[in-house]
Design a binder for this molecule. Structure first.
Ligand code: SF4
Length: 371
């Protein structure tokens, strides 16, 4: 297949659904965790869950970068711009996530802080070049996929001697988070592995999943037929009692990944000893910070700010949802106290968040499936 429409072909989807239904053992459950928020979005947008047999369920994982960012880091960003008077550049989703005292970057901006929404690291660099009298901080978040643009910006800033540019680094790593969920005893039978992240890191870092946890993992593309084909591959592994890493997304992912991007990451970042994830707690060696060579561009060193860990809003089930233990509709605030217009938790803000995906596509379908 060459064009995206072909990966959404209705007739092929029906054939794949029939094959899955025929191969699923009606006497057992199949709980497949999709790690990545992009898959959660695709599953709801295209109604993939409704095409599955009743005992096959997708369990949503923590792979939404906005959702796993602890509230204390939002508080830190707000304090950083208010106390130090810096221009804080960030992506749109992040501006709407409430911090510990329910304040958002949008509110901080309304109250006078210089917070700018940008579409790329290059926008932040441009602002720093155009306003040499201002300190410009880029609020960097995301899994491995989004690290190369941050790394490129840092190398550019260093090459240009752009002394008023720095990065508040919150990049996180997929394999340690997956390891933490599995070590915690997640009740799942198999994993749909991330696609974009895997283009960068390759398939090799997932070897621990079958080796240590005896679970099958299939790297899956983002289109509905990708998800369905990957599901079939997982069903076949579960039925055969095998556990290995397979790669459905071969058109973009190799075993070793993108070596050039990995070398870039290794030059610019180093692994933090620990990082506190929202919903998953502290995980060793699960996030990145700037390498010592880039200390001059490290906002955490230049503008030190400490913020106490924040408590989740009362009643918000984000932590359980991020661990795959609950579904959004099991949160009593879903659709009442918490909606995309007035989100309480991060899972309702980001388009990759499970609550936002349920709200946009899954509410009625889920009720129909349950009923
Ligand atoms: S619906 Fe809102 S309050 Fe409930 S878990 Fe999702 S984000 Fe949290």
């Amino acid at each position: 297949m060459r064009y995206v429409d072909e990966f959404r072909d209705h007739a092929l989807a029906k054939r794949l659904a029939a094959t899955i239904a025929a191969e699923v053992d009606p006497g057992r459950d199949y709980r497949l965790m999709e790690f990545c928020g992009g898959h959660t979005h695709a599953i709801f947008r295209y109604g993939v869950q409704q095409l599955m047999p009743p005992r096959l369920r997708f369990v949503h994982g923590p792979g939404c970068p906005v959702c796993v960012l602890p509230m204390a880091r939002i508080d830190q960003a707000i304090t950083l711009t208010e106390r130090h008077g810096v221009t804080l550049c960030t992506y749109g989703d992040l501006m709407r996530v409430p911090g510990g005292d329910r304040r958002t970057l949008f509110q901080a901006r309304a109250e006078g802080a210089d917070v700018r929404m940008v579409y790329s690291t290059q926008d932040a660099l441009r602002i720093a070049r155009e306003q040499p009298g201002r300190e410009v901080v880029f609020f960097a978040i995301g899994f491995e996929t989004t690290t190369p643009p941050t790394a490129v910006a840092l190398e550019q800033a260093r090459a240009e001697g752009l002394a008023n540019f720095s990065v508040f680094c919150n990049h996180v790593l997929t394999p340690p988070a997956l390891a933490a969920i599995l070590a915690d005893g997640a009740r799942i039978d198999a994993i749909l592995g991330p696609s974009h992240v895997s283009t960068l890191i390759g398939t090799a870092p997932y070897a621990f999943v079958p080796e240590q946890h005896r679970l099958p993992l299939v790297i899956a593309g983002f289109e509905p037929l990708d998800v369905m084909q990957s599901t079939l591959m997982l069903v076949r592994q579960i039925n055969a009692g095998t556990a290995r890493v397979e790669n459905q997304y071969r058109r973009a992912v190799s075993e070793s990944g993108n070596r050039k991007a990995q070398a870039l990451m290794a030059r610019v970042f180093r692994v933090r000893e620990r990082f506190a994830w929202r919903g998953l707690g502290e995980i060793a060696e699960s996030a990145l910070e700037l390498a010592p060579e880039f200390a001059a561009f490290d906002a955490e060193r230049r503008f030190p700010v400490e913020c106490a860990p924040a408590r989740e809003p009362r009643g918000c089930e984000c932590p359980a949802i991020l661990r795959g233990e609950k579904r959004p509709t099991e949160c009593r605030l879903f659709g009442t106290g918490c909606t995309p217009a007035h989100p309480l938790g991060a899972c309702m803000v980001s388009s990759e968040g499970a609550c936002a995906a349920y709200w946009s596509y899954g509410r009625t379908r889920d009720r129909a499936a349950a009923g």
